[in-house]
Design a binder for this molecule. Sequence first.
Ligand SMILES: *[C@@H]1O[C@H](CO)[C@@H](O)[C@H](O)[C@H]1NC(C)=O
Ligand SMILES: *[C@@H]1O[C@H](CO)[C@@H](O)[C@H](O)[C@H]1NC(C)=O
Ligand SMILES: *[C@@H]1O[C@H](CO)[C@@H](O)[C@H](O)[C@H]1NC(C)=O
Ligand SMILES: *[C@@H]1O[C@H](CO)[C@@H](O)[C@H](O)[C@H]1NC(C)=O
Ligand SMILES: *[C@@H]1O[C@H](CO)[C@@H](O)[C@H](O)[C@H]1NC(C)=O
Length: 550
Amino acid sequence: MVTRVLWRKPTLVLVLVVGFCYGRQDKSVRDEFEPVLQPPNRVSLWPLPQKVQISDVSFTLSSSSFRIVDGTGSSSGPDCALLQDAYRRCYEYMFGFAKKSGPNHSRRTGTAELTELQVLITSPDSECDGFPGLSSDESYELSVNEQSAVLTARKVWGALHGLETFSQLVYEDENGAKSINATKISDFPRFAHRGILLDSARHFLPIKVILANLETMAMNKFNVFHWHIVDDQSFPYMSQTFPDLSKKGSYNPYTHVYTPTDVKRVVEFARLRGIRVIPEFDTPGHTQSWGKGQTDLLTPCYSGSKPSGTFGPVNPILNTTYDFMRRFFKEISTVFPDAYIHLGGDEVDFTCWKSNPDIQQFMVEHGFGKDYTKLESFYIQKLLDIVSTTSKGYMIWQEVFDNGVKLKPDTVVHVWINGASNEEMGNVTAAGYTTILSAPWYLDLISYGQDWQRYYKVEPLNFNGTEAQKKLVIGGEACLWGEYVDGTNLTPRLWPRASAVAERLWSAKDVTDMSDAFNRLSAHRCRMVQRGIPAQPLLYSYCPHEYKGI
Ligand SMILES: *[C@@H]1O[C@H](CO)[C@@H](O)[C@H](O)[C@H]1NC(C)=O
Ligand SMILES: *[C@@H]1O[C@H](CO)[C@@H](O)[C@H](O)[C@H]1NC(C)=O
Ligand SMILES: *[C@@H]1O[C@H](CO)[C@@H](O)[C@H](O)[C@H]1NC(C)=O
Ligand SMILES: *[C@@H]1O[C@H](CO)[C@@H](O)[C@H](O)[C@H]1NC(C)=O
Ligand SMILES: *[C@@H]1O[C@H](CO)[C@@H](O)[C@H](O)[C@H]1NC(C)=O
């Protein structure tokens, strides 16, 4: 996926330049909100729960006595490693960064102490050992009152979100004592698919960076890691069926690859945080790196009557292409447990196909005329049939839908082209397909100022369509393409800008107050910093606990 510059309007470029040179003087590019310096550690929930009531009654918490326990009658017990792991994380978020003052410091006279959070899973099947999916129940209820706190969820997925929310309720009072107020929260996501796309092909992303971002995704209640794992530039995925793909197609076959163990680690780390991993293997375009390890896979381009030595998209006219795809996606379907695979299908350049006499002949034989979208559809159709036999569902970029390819009813169409994306959402849902939105959330397109506001103001259902159509919008994804991003700058570039998308996809539709969002997001960003995530600032301000480097 190339981030097209087509739709970067000239006016925007002008503002960029002005902003860059005169940002300090020019009021027209001044940010909408002046910073409001928060009292340190004010409670700030992000994303905002659906229903929340916080009272003025507060309790202290002490690291020596506070415990998180399985509630009596919970369907999940000490054998649920997923929850035990989440309890530890929650405890660390609450106390891991406390001043070394000992438990006594946190005792305030006349204030009750909260000593326990009980976690109760009510459904007989907690799904502790399962994988999260599109229809997972992520809801939870949280109640904190006199000396007891109870987190109730039907499944572990809701409990994970509830634990994160609980940790966000804890603040340091003016004496540095950990405190929490009596609270009632009832929460569930507005959209089921809340994703982040990372691109490990334009630049290799070390596993450590990927894991740190999964961790941060969980702090923001994102639940899909869309792993754009290979592209033209490199093929870091180590295939067991076709080892030459990464041996020859990666930047380095020893240091710049994801081994089967690496992939397992990412998938499990994500699962423990309620995050699905959807890999993208984009074809027939964006496949230059595939060709290095698999001869005859790509179309030879011609210069006049002779092959030019360069290659184009996957060669759609050879049976061997489909034999390869069958074996390749059989492996992918077992390596990645999620019910969906992203098959790409975007930005296919027809120049090479047009130059190749064998392709031209094939076009004639199949009555495609001069319409190369028909050839593209021919390929995608066969690929979709192949992937269907693995019993996986598929996601595809919008061009596949635009070109009229026959899709399974449960296909997820990924809308990414900016400009008419509302109209596209209308078209896709009118045709009965589920869809996710990314067009306004290309976070790799950076500009001066508080661009999180732009992401935050997006309303995914703002298109002309029936209620039934709107139900087909299952969520969206923030995309961070990797042309200018690697392990050095990924995390600060993504956070907290992606947090704006997180709240839009989780919280109620009417959560749109920009100044409240600014205050909460500033505090949330400081919280991420305190937890060791180098999230960049929104605007001038300070954090009670500044980033100390690595
Ligand atoms: C928590 O309680 C304290 C008083 O104990 C109050 O000052 C504060 O505003 C409360 N916090 C919230 C978020 O309501
Ligand atoms: C904490 O308080 C207890 C009882 O009040 C006392 O025995 C103990 O010495 C105190 N510990 C510290 C580190 O001050
Ligand atoms: C390719 O497969 C088609 C359909 O199975 C078959 O008719 C055709 O002969 C095959 N071509 C070659 C070159 O094997
Ligand atoms: C939506 O469909 C209409 C009618 O087919 C078409 O004219 C329009 O170009 C489509 N919009 C987009 C964004 O593709
Ligand atoms: C809905 O359709 C009307 C009439 O065609 C148009 O004026 C309006 O801009 C559309 N709204 C959106 C959000 O696309």
